[in-house]
Design a binder for this molecule. Sequence first.
Ligand SMILES: Cc1ncc(C[n+]2csc(CCOP(=O)(O)OP(=O)(O)O)c2C)c(N)n1
Length: 668
Amino acid sequence: MNPVTSKDMAFTYDRKGLSNKELLGLYKKMLLPRMIEEKMLVLLRQGKISKWFSGIGQEAIAVGVASALEKDEYILPMHRNLGVFTTREVPLHRLFSQWQGKAGGFTGGRDRSFHFGTQEYRIVGMISHLGPQMGVADGIALAHKIRKEQKITAVFTGEGGTSEGDFHEALNVAAVWDLPVLFCVENNGYGLSTPVEEQFKCKNLADKGAGYGMEAHIIDGNNILDIYNKVSELTESMRKDPRPVLLEFKTFRRRGHEEASGTKYVPAELMEYWEARDPIAHYSEFLTREGILSGEKDKLLRQQMTAAIQENLKKAFDEAPVTFDEERELGNVYGKFEYRETVPGPSMKNIRLVDAVSQGLEQAMERFDDLVVMGQDIAEYGGVFKVTEGFAEKFGRERVRNTPICESAIVSAAMGLSINRMKAVVEMQFADFVSTGFNPLVNYLAKVHYRWGQHADVVVRMPCGAGVGAGPFHSQTNEAWFTKTPGLKVVYPAFPYDAKGLLATAIEDPNPVLFFEHKALYRSIYQEVPEDYYTLPLGKASVLREGNDITVISYGAGIHWALEALEEHQEIGVDLIDLRTLQPLDTETIFTSVRKTGKVIILQEDTLFGGVASDISAMIVENCFEHLDAPVQRVGSLETPVPFAGALEEGFLPRQRFKAALHRLLVY
Ligand SMILES: Cc1ncc(C[n+]2csc(CCOP(=O)(O)OP(=O)(O)O)c2C)c(N)n1
């Protein structure tokens, strides 16, 4: 049965045990978003609002699902689900202010339309990229499951969004972990202009459920009672017996993808067919037949809704437009975090960097009951670098989770855990693999606080770096992919002491932190490290040596190459700055040193163009120009992928070039 051409979905309404009041309640809940939309379409034509994504004809799905959930269960809607917001009774004037980019909305004018969440109403809005919503739902459901709360989570996607890898990943994770997530696919015939037959090959999207070992159902998306009754029955059972369920709602998008783009590509008879299947008109006829609704009553309801819409619109229109305040904007990128120094006892032990990371993580697990670690092969196997060895036994499999190979869904799930009041540490097996989890990191976690004030209490551990003969896909140091993105913090220790203390702080900090751990340093660098838990502040560099001739700035493996070069040149007076964290960056320490020495060289392992050294160089030129006695020098790897063979890798890395550059600068 092709959903779009089917003629066999008769409107039979089965009221089951629902009272007249409940039946009428569902009608009102569908009517309100319809009437709001009709008003919005008028305002759009008058140029009073910008974009509009219509859900006309699809109201039964949002309303039916939202009505079947408990008020404190999370819903993750998409751009056509106004009915979720109205059913959750989000104040209309706040919605209208949101759409006008005003402060009375949910994002202070920072994001548009339905791109927001609100903890108050347990709604987590979408990001434009569609797919990550589903992994976020997994994380929210996981938190409920770990706390044994018997709550389900509902997430929406269009049929177009099911083609994204995120759909596959999220369903697979939910199935493997038995997460109580209701995946609601609204199959409305088109994704922008792309019809379903160009989007997927299977007959029904619900058929995909079997592939994940997941229960799945097809529901008539225009029949409110079918939806409400089926979803109520399922949610009740999912709360008791946690498991995911896939629902495919057959429906149709009756207006343009967004209002301005029209529907020219939709055959007229198809549109007519679906217009004749309007979910509200049919339900109203049913209620009239049942003696629950009369023409008079309907008119009254509509008048009341029109008045409420007008009144709330006036509030929103009367609200002053937002004004720009640089400090306020910058101040909202990160969630508030007040660093608390935890000082360890005197007991020290000489350990390797990998042990320090492991210890820091283990002690954080002891300290924070709500901390969950996730990654590939991290449970009994202990992770490929053995950082989590013994964790599964000590903390249990609920908190130490092996994941399928799906970085995007796991980063998204970490976001979901944070939304549902837990902490997460995600281990990338190798930093290189973060590329398949890149989207949720830079678009969801990084932007979520700025957009609607939600923190992303997530640390992503990144075993990185070259010098280990591992070739182009297991050797990269990709910190610059993230230092560029406002909203992320980036930490990159070079020593065991720093690694342990900074990891503790990264975990305490409610903001998303990329924590780089250099593989070549894991087992080669030893240091005396406190045995107790302790913290170190982010954004503070450490000055490893002091001198007056040259400032050397580096981080990670670069620090050890610099130390090695300086050993050979004891006569040079060097301020050696280990940045330790790249975002936030300790510019104060950098500038103070450069103003003293007048010569500076920045060494990074990453290839040069667009790397951290380039920005530091620019900042030095902008802030210390009068103090410079030589051009700022940058040294980095060759502009090639990281090669495998030893000689090539040695030539690629800047270790030797740094020595030559240092000498050149000294004699400049
Ligand atoms: C990753 C990504 N690719 C493309 C787009 C552009 N885009 C936005 S919505 C959309 C169609 C979505 O179709 P569907 O999921 O079926 O939802 P519908 O709009 O039909 O409700 C497209 C292509 C996007 N927002 N994100």
